[in-house]
Design a protein around this ligand. Structure first.
Ligand code: UT7
Length: 334
């Protein structure tokens, strides 16, 4: 068993994503609630989002599709996976964990797995967790999934939230890095529970189990105080990105790619500006998918994969309900 973690790293060795075919664009949404393409575009940068329409399909199906693609790309069999960590705020059900359902669907017979709940920061928290299992020497192949069927908890009569969210999934494979200059270099992750009241789903847990009243009051939908969340997000995501750069002696020009959580184009722009990173180096696909919560970052990595080069410096940054936020610095491995 490895004792010295210092010179060990984990690396992302493959990445894949899956989004539903059905596109709900701003004009269609404007027929459902009192909003407009102009309002949504200028306030958020979103033009359309994907919706998983089939009522028989859930988060685990999107996650399994992404994982199957991942395994195909890396050319490995499902029974080689040691661990599946599923970052999600929309598990198929409270239990069993969605990671177990994904393991079953992809045939990962030798893997254990669990879900990680940290809302929009969950993929980063899960990636960091996977990294620690690899550098400890205990496991060699870890799949980190970010998947959310946000349409299952969105109230399509509430224009304050329904315009923002969409469905999708992404996955990465983590394996041991060859040397300390490859793969995940550093992470800074944070929570502030005082922010919990501003972005939450009130009912369905042990505090407010489902009743006819919780359903009538719409407490199984996302509640968000958008203005307050925006204020925190725009500051904290930039703060933590700046902090990880300083800690690793990185300047704006050293960053090859900023991979930000896709919640609002204004938050992404503010973060890039504070980091002094040019817009051409910022992964942005919010116009196509909206906010897919835990899936935004792996979907970005997957879409940009062909443009990534070995040794490039990437900063991954996110902010979400909890509040939760963080940044990961990694050197691309292939
Ligand atoms: O991903 C996890 C973390 N989440 C975030 O980072 C989201 C952070 N928050 C935001 O991105 C923004 O707060 C929103 C996009 C959610 C809202 O934008 P905003 O600029 O903060 O708008 P607002 O909530 O302050 O609302 C401004 C006005 C209000 O009207 P009045 O009171 O000024 O007359 C709203 O009723 O815009 C109205 N409004 C809308 N109008 C048309 C709110 N939603 C809509 C809408 N269409 N969809």
């Amino acid at each position: 068993m490895a004792q010295n973690f210092q010179d060990k790293t984990s690396k992302i060795s493959a990445v894949a994503s899956w989004v539903p075919d059905y596109i709900l664009n701003n004009d269609e949404l404007s027929k459902m609630v009192d909003t407009s393409d102009e309002w949504i575009t200028t306030r958020t940068g979103i033009k359309e989002r994907r919706i998983l329409k089939d009522p028989l399909l859930a988060t685990s199906d999107m996650g399994a599709n992404a994982v199957n693609e991942l395994l195909k790309k890396r050319g490995i069999a499902p029974d080689e996976i040691d661990l599946i960590i599923c970052a999600t705020v929309t598990p198929d059900m409270l239990f069993p964990a969605t990671a177990c359902l994904i393991a079953e669907k992809v045939g990962a017979k030798n893997a254990f797995g669990f879900d990680l709940s940290a809302a929009c920061s969950a993929f980063l928290f899960a990636l960091d967790c996977g990294d620690k299992y690899i550098v400890s020497g205990q496991y060699k192949k870890i799949v980190v999934v970010g998947a959310d069927k946000m349409s299952s908890i969105v109230d399509y009569t509430d224009r304050k939230t329904c315009v923002i969210f969409g469905d999708g999934a992404g996955a990465v494979l983590l394996e041991p890095g060859e040397c300390k200059d490859v793969g995940i270099q550093d992470s800074i992750l944070k929570v502030d529970g005082a922010g919990g009241e501003y972005l939450k789903m009130v009912a369905g847990g042990s505090l407010n189990p489902a009743t006819i009243d919780t359903v009538k009051m719409g407490q199984h939908y996302i509640y968000q105080d958008g203005k307050t969340v925006f204020k925190f997000a725009v500051t904290k995501m930039a703060d933590v990105s700046e902090e990880i750069m300083k800690k690793n002696n990185l300047k704006g020009e050293d960053i090859s790619w900023l991979v930000p959580h896709q919640a609002n184009l204004r938050i992404i722009d503010a973060t890039a500006k504070r980091m002094n990173v040019d817009q051409s180096k910022v992964m942005v696909n919010i116009h196509k998918y909206g906010n897919t919560t835990a899936a935004t970052i792996p979907i970005c990595l997957s879409e940009w994969e062909s443009r990534l080069k070995k040794d490039q410096n990437l900063i991954l940054a996110a902010f979400g309900g909890g509040f939760t936020w963080g940044a990961i610095y990694l050197k691309w491995a292939y």
